[in-house]
Ligand binder design. Sequence first.
Ligand code: ATP
Ligand code: MG
Length: 541
Amino acid sequence: MAEAENFIQQFIDEDLAAGKVSAIKTRFPPEPNGYLHIGHAKSMFVNFGTAEKYGGTCNLFFDDTNPSKEKTEYVDAIRRDILWLGYRWEKEVYASDFFDVIYEYAEKLIREGKAFVCDLSPEEIKATRGTLTEPGVESPYRNRTPEENLRLFREMREGKYADGEKCLRAKIDMASPNVNLRDPVIYRILHATHHRTGDKWCIYPMYDYAHPICDYLQGVTHSLCTLEFEDHRPLYDWVGITLGFSPKPRQIEFARLNLTNLVMSKRYLKKLVEEGSVHGWDDPRMPTLAGLRNRGIPAEAIKDFCARAGVAKAQSECEISYFEAVVRDFLNASAPRAMAVVDPLKLTIVNYEGSEDVDFEINQTKEGAGTRKVRFGKTLYIERSDFSLDPPPKYHRLKLGGYARLKNAYIVRCDEAVKDENGNVTEIKCTYFPESRSGSDTSGIKAKGVLHWVNAETCADAVLKQYDHLLRDADYAGQDFSERIVLDSEHIFSAKAEPYLAECAEGEAFQLLRTGYYKTCRDGGKLCLSEIVSLKDNFNK
Ligand code: ATP
Ligand code: MG
């Protein structure tokens, strides 16, 4: 067995050594009330990854005990996203598959005097729970007989009572220092249609009660969840011990993944979608897996990021720039290079006629990637920002009388700037030097700047999209979510692209030289270049 890589694996090793378990079984437990986000990728990394490490299996477990918020649309999206990340579950299981058994266990608790039907309203229950320093007050219904409780519980199931009129509570200890053990509600009345069981039930089990039962029935050995459940572990254990589960699943908590500049709660993500602040759950700015996929981020980069971020017990926040650096590393190694000009300025080479192919390196970091041909010509486009009438010192791009190299082609000298009636430069005229061709330069001319370009005669019109982070950075932390949101975070430019980009398959990732990593797509038939990640960390821009 390979050495433990984190504290969860250490616990598992202890359990294996003590003979408490043999085969390892975990589950990934999304609630189908929204789309998965990058935080869930971390949970999958932990659940699927741990099972894989021990040659065990992981189930996809839909925690669907909350009928009013759950939808089949979300179930389908969740499946798709898990498969995209490359994880395979053993069984697909729903909490609702177990509703009958969960109900039977509740009757068992009642018969054993360990649960009672309570008539207090949800508000009254809350008010009598006590505080961290004061014990709670016992319900006046706490000492009903098992017979009476059973009758009332069955009536609850039959629909005799309205929502909130009664509930079933575990009879544990109103003076427990752990508030979760103060006679927690384990069943509530909810006249709601469930996305799978329809109107069969009007009572639904609470998460804290249902989860340990579902884990046990699936044969889960280690129930891996996030830290907010740490205080619920005594209740998880109470359910397992009281119902006599053997072997009892072990709950282990780890820290959530938090990323700066990202909203990571389904509730807020849903709000963004519903209020139209983004184009949908898969908007490229969204931290959902659907959004990241649409953005062009490779699944492998997300998994690699989760591995590098590590599994810890202590809560922390990870810089978004770190995630972007991981993505950039992946794309740098894999993405072919291409040229597109975002804010085009026409460049005419006065002493050049005709056209020719030049060799363009596909990816210099990838061995054997080779070259492809790019058509060079008399009329080109360069970035407007690569020419200056009033250059600062040490300006290596084009200025009047200055030299620069056109990538993979020739050195040119800028001789003239053509202006319109408002004084705006509309074109620059240059001279090229035939002996300066890349790969066989004998010109002896020094040109420090290397500019990307496209051929004005062959280039394709493109829409280029760039994105800002959806959430303002740490300086705004603690402020209300709505004040941190950047509504104007999608920027659209009309660009000129190499014709090669227009011919590529949709969804391919490229490094646009000096611009960033972009994905090709079609926007109403038109070529669209959509930013995946900037070329360099432009965080403090
Ligand atoms: P949200 O707050 O976004 O709604 P959730 O915890 O309610 O998240 P679930 O569908 O219940 O969403 O999550 C499924 C699993 O993923 C849970 O075990 C949960 O702990 C885990 N998870 C959710 N967010 C994160 C995160 N940011 N980092 C690690 N694990 C997470
Ligand atoms: Mg949850």
